[in-house]
Ligand binder design. Sequence first.
Ligand SMILES: Cc1ncc(COP(=O)(O)O)c(C=O)c1O
Length: 260
Amino acid sequence: MRDGWSRFDGPAGTQMVDVAINAMSDWAAHGSNANTGGYFAAADACDALLESTRSVVGEFLGADASGICLGANMTTMTMAFHSRIARTLKPGDRIVGTQLDHEANVSPWRIACELSGAEHVLTPFDAKTGRLDMDAFEKLVTDQTKWVAITGASNLIGTMPDLSAAIAIAHKHGARVFVDAVALAPHKQINIRELGCDVLATSPYKWYGPHAGVMYIEPELLNSLPVAKVRAASDTGPRNSRLAHRILKALPPFRQRHDF
Ligand SMILES: Cc1ncc(COP(=O)(O)O)c(C=O)c1O
C-alpha cells in the first residue's frame, strides 16, 4: 500500500489492484456517471460500460453474458435470488446443501424452505479428510430435490468438492445446481459452459476487484423467475426492459433508441 503497510484481509478478501482502482476513479472523474437507460450520452455510456462489464465477466467465467447479473455482494444477491426461488418451492420438495458451505449458501436456502415448507438437508463431510461425503450426497439427492447448493471450495479448509460429479447427480434427478464459487474463483479457472451448473455466484473483491457481487443465472431460468421489482425495471434478464420497450415503441421515432 502507499503508506508502506501490507494488509492481509482475514476473511480472505483481496486489496484492489491499481488497474481496477484507476479504472473506477477514471470513470468517476470523467463525467459519464448517470443512471442507465436515460436519453443522453452519459446514460448511453453507462449502459455500454455495464454491457462490457457483463461481457468481460462472462468471459472470465466461461458463461453466456446474458446470464451475468451484477450486484452488491454474493450474500445480498443470494438472499434476493432465494426470495424468488421460495415462491417456486412447495412442501415435499427438497433442497440439498452441504456442511462445507459458507453460511451465505446455507441460510438463504433455509429461509426459502421455511417460507415454502420444503425440506432442507445438508450433506456431511469427512472430518478426517475434509472432503464432501459423495456417497451421502448421492443418497440425499432424490427425485424430490429441486436444488443442490454446493460450494466450489470451502472457505474454511480449502477442500473442493467434485462439482462435475455433483452436478451430474443433481441433473439426473432433475434438480438444478447453485454453485458458490466465492472461494473457488481466485484459485481455479471456472468454465460454466463446461460445468453445466444453473447458477454460480462469486465476489470480485476476492479476486482483486471492487467490493461487488456477480451471479450467473442460466438465461432461461433467469427469465422465468418471478421477479420482485419496480414496474419500470426489466421483467426479464438483467437488461431487457419490456416496459421500457413498450414505452419507447409508443414514442415518436426521434425519441426511440436503437438498442432495445
Ligand atoms: C465461500 C464463501 N461464500 C460466500 C461468501 C459471502 O460473500 P460476500 O462477502 O460477497 O457476500 C464468502 C465470504 O467470505 C465466502 O468465503
